[in-house]
Design a protein around this ligand. Structure first.
Ligand code: SAM
Length: 244
């Protein structure tokens, strides 16, 4: 697994040192082992886990080159939230890639977070905390509201809903990065009112094909321009029932 991950990441121009590969190896073993008794992922074949989970998660490096900024000790991103992290995607691969950035992984399903806590302990990952709760509630909690330089999220909701769930965590001037695929164009068309209400703007899109595959993906990068009105996010369930 480690050799294949190293080669696949290198094809995308991302270098993974042995220490990081070791952590991915532990994560991989625990994912497969735990998945036998508790459904964490439908993807279990080694090459697919590597490409669709690990490499896809770290593709954000291609947009922001945070590794270089960390090396030069001038990284502007200090704290990242992952909303609806599930079994830890993209949060854990990103935390392994960026050991100097602090990550907060959030999910409403406690059992998935228990799995993540085991991974953190066994893989000796020190820069992650997990928080159990609905994004709608955590976004109103002063410990998390507008406290992050960046928020990321993958496969959680359609964009108009996701914007309301995720942008409350982002500081003014910070970024929200949504991992999407073919549906992005259509979802952007449905997000005009949400973007305006939440004071966010689409900054750019980064399109890519996952190495060794023909799988199209796109990262939509939004910037937050102003503080959010207190009434957002609305109470749990409302963003999905009645998108902005
Ligand atoms: N991000 C992971 C990935 O890409 O593999 C998991 C995706 S999984 C399909 C969606 C996850 O989002 C689930 O673990 C679910 O519990 C969580 N989720 C959905 N709505 C949420 C909400 N309002 N607040 C917090 N977590 C939520």
């Amino acid at each position: 697994m480690k050799k294949y991950l190293k080669e696949s990441a290198a094809k995308a121009g991302i270098e993974l040192e042995e220490e990081k590969l070791e952590k991915f190896g532990t994560f991989y073993e625990l994912l497969l082992e735990t998945n036998k008794s508790f459904n964490l992922t439908a993807i279990t074949e080694m090459q697919e886990v590597v490409l669709k989970h690990f490499v896809d998660s770290i593709m954000i490096e291609k947009c922001f080159s945070l590794s270089k900024e960390i090396e030069k000790q001038c990284c502007p991103i200090k704290r990242i939230a992952d909303v609806g992290t599930g079994a830890g995607f993209p949060g854990i691969p990103l935390a392994i890639l960026y050991p100097n950035i602090e990550f907060v992984l959030m999910d409403s399903l406690k059992k998935r977070l228990n799995f993540i806590e085991t991974v953190l302990e066994k893989a000796n990952i020190k820069n992650v905390t997990v928080v159990h709760g609905r994004a709608e509630d955590l976004g109103q909690n002063s410990n998390y509201r507008e406290k992050f330089d960046m928020c990321v999220s993958r496969a959680v909701a359609s964009l108009p809903v996701l914007l309301e769930l995720c942008t409350p965590f982002v500081k003014v001037g910070g970024k929200f990065v949504s991992y999407k695929s073919e549906l992005l164009k259509e979802e952007l068309g449905q997000s005009k009112s949400a973007l305006s209400i939440l004071h966010c703007a689409l900054e750019r899109q980064y399109e890519y094909t996952i190495p060794d595959s023909d799988l199209y993906r796109v990262l939509a990068i939004f910037s937050k321009e102003k503080k959010l009105e207190k009434k957002y996010p609305r109470q749990a369930g409302k963003p999905k029932r009645n998108p902005l």
